[in-house]
Design a protein around this ligand. Structure first.
Ligand code: FE
Length: 256
């Protein structure tokens, strides 16, 4: 096996939420990515399953847990290559799956390869839901400009896990990766640089925190770095809504 075991973040009889196992070896010069999978009833939902680079590993992860035919929904938080460039591979491996991505990006996706447009659902700016065959609904929550202009988080009300795409992402130093945050104060240093440069501005951070304020969140699951859970969720939200980033720092970004 060339990858680590997947981690079960939530497990009830007919509802499970997994963080798929990472590559066995850390890779230099390539941003580390997290892929998540929800199994609810008979439906499998893939969250940001990634690009061509990680495809063989993610496929192996998934095949250990589920049958590919059960993949019904593929959610892309935004358009970046590490998120969505594997779209043609996934659509060809999963005959009945539907892809969900911001309507801003549907016309760009064909540049990753040719596929049937009927299998793509454009998420409107104000968000939406993914409805599963057992009646569960995943909420798609606007996360625009964090960092992509058309971005969404996905909230699973059963596990109370919020998948946030690049929000909460961390970039680990070589040899320093871990899947779940144990010391939030120490973890901040790995999130800081990424958020300051990739996120648009503090007022958007605040707007998103307001947007999710009514949700009961057990864990925040980002596409890079480590899962933030328990009391650390509150700490993260307060760090994030006070963050100066992007446009707030425009002079330091442009200055020589
Ligand atoms: Fe991104």
């Amino acid at each position: 096996m060339d990858h680590q075991s997947s981690i079960t973040l939530y497990e009830q009889e007919d509802h499970k939420f997994y963080l798929l196992g990472w590559e066995e070896q850390e890779e230099e010069g390539i941003v580390q990515t997290n892929q998540y999978v929800i199994l609810s009833g008979k439906d499998v939902v893939l969250l940001d399953p990634g690009g061509a680079h990680v495809f063989p590993r993610v496929l192996a992860n998934v095949a250990e847990l589920f049958e590919l035919k059960d993949i019904k929904h593929i959610f892309y938080s935004h358009q970046d290559p590490d998120v969505s460039s594997g779209i043609t591979l996934w659509l060809s491996m999963t005959e009945r799956s539907q892809v969900y991505i911001s309507g801003l990006w549907t016309r760009f996706l064909p540049h990753f390869g040719i596929y049937d447009h009927r299998r793509i659902t454009a998420i409107p700016d104000k968000g939406g839901v993914i409805s599963l065959s057992n009646g569960c609904t995943m909420k798609l929550i606007p996360s625009h400009f964090l960092h992509s202009t058309g971005a969404f988080s996905l909230y699973d009300p059963t596990s109370r896990i919020l998948f946030t795409g690049d929000i909460g992402a961390a970039i680990f130093p070589q040899g320093g990766r871990y899947p779940v945050v144990e010391n939030f104060e120490k973890h901040i240093q790995y999130m800081e640089g990424f958020h300051k440069r990739y996120m648009a501005s503090n007022n958007v951070c605040r707007r998103w925190v307001k947007q999710i304020s009514s949700l009961d969140i057990a864990a925040i699951a980002p596409q890079h770095g480590a899962v933030i859970r328990g009391d650390d969720v509150k700490k993260f939200l307060s760090w994030f809504e006070n963050l100066q980033c992007g446009m707030d720092l425009i002079e330091t970004i442009y200055e020589a």
